[in-house]
Design a protein around this ligand. Structure first.
Ligand SMILES: [Zn+2]
Length: 217
């Protein structure tokens, strides 16, 4: 599919993967050799062997983004960063996202490439506002780090998942929303678990030292 789409629009398969799919997020925390193999498989039209690489996506959008795009382009469009596991604020505007109607279960690899709602655009939907009983700064860090991972600006390979700290920081409702149904991060895709781990670790370090500042990564 990737080579076919690339041929139709006149760009390279690699460009399609990096700029128009969720693949960069799915591979952000993989060891470099595994990430390369995964990418080459997709570019070659093969389905890579990797369980749960992308996790629980959601049909989400930001009302401020929609308002801006309607004014400028006459229609709104889907932002890849809003769809990612655990993302419930807009990385640009910081406001809670809208969701319709609930997050998808574990997403097949092919959805990393084609996660679009047929012809439907965000401004044509109505949804519910995503809210969790967690500090906004923590939720927004998830959004910002996920956005960076999607855009290849965050190396997550060295953030080893730990199994306890993130449960002290993120409440069970949010953890379920992010895609974890079990008791450890092994139920999450590697990128999601590393992002939650990094944020939790830094938050607990600050808290333990008594620093009452908002965290910024
Ligand atoms: Zn926005």
């Amino acid at each position: 599919m990737i080579p076919h789409v690339a041929g139709l629009v006149g760009c390279t398969p690699r460009h399609i993967l990096h700029e128009h799919t969720l693949v960069p997020y799915g591979t952000a925390a993989l060891p470099p050799t595994e990430s390369r193999r995964f990418t080459i498989d997709l570019i070659s039209g093969r389905i890579p062997e990797l369980s749960n690489p992308i996790g629980k996506l959601g049909i989400r959008w930001c009302e401020a983004c929609v308002h801006f795009e309607l004014g400028k382009f006459g229609e709104s469009y889907w932002h890849r960063s809003h769809l990612l596991p655990g993302v419930c604020t807009c990385h640009l505007h910081g406001m809670p996202l809208m969701q319709w109607p609930a997050p998808c279960p574990i997403t097949p690899i092919k959805k990393m490439v084609t996660f679009w709602m047929d012809q439907t655009l965000p401004h044509e939907l109505s949804g519910t506002t995503l809210r969790f009983p967690i500090a906004h700064c923590l939720l927004h860090q998830v959004s910002q780090m996920s956005h960076r991972a999607l855009n290849g600006r965050r190396a997550l390979q060295n953030a080893h998942p730990i199994t306890r700290d993130w449960r002290q920081v993120f409440d069970p409702g949010f953890v379920h929303f992010a895609g974890c149904s079990g008791s450890t991060t092994r139920h999450l895709p590697s990128t999601t678990s590393r992002i939650l781990t990094l944020i939790s670790k830094r938050h607990l370090e600050k808290f333990r030292t008594g620093i009452q500042l908002e965290l910024s990564l």
